[in-house]
Design a protein. Structure first.
Length: 81
């Protein structure tokens, strides 16, 4: 191999050292994100899908209400002008 390849591999090794504070910080943050993804760990069941469906419907209803409020505020603003 050429020396440039060795220097490139050396830089990658330095970036991935386990003694680095940022390595451990990244590892902890990655593990905490994996814990939050039940589909990744296959821990979810049918009840979770029902809950997510209900949450989806609730968020849709909230979005519709927010749109109606925006239109109402725009109408009030036009009436004042």
């Amino acid at each position: 191999m050429r020396e440039s390849t060795f220097s490139w591999l050396g830089e990658i090794w330095k970036a991935m050292q386990c003694t680095s504070f940022y390595f451990w910080l990244d590892l902890i943050s990655t593990l905490s994100m994996v814990i939050e993804m039940p589909w990744f760990l296959n821990l979810g069941d049918a009840a979770d899908s029902i809950d997510s469906t209900m949450a989806g419907k609730a968020s849709l209803a909230g979005a519709k209400a927010a749109n109606k409020l925006k239109i109402l505020r725009m109408v009030r603003l036009v009436r004042l002008a």
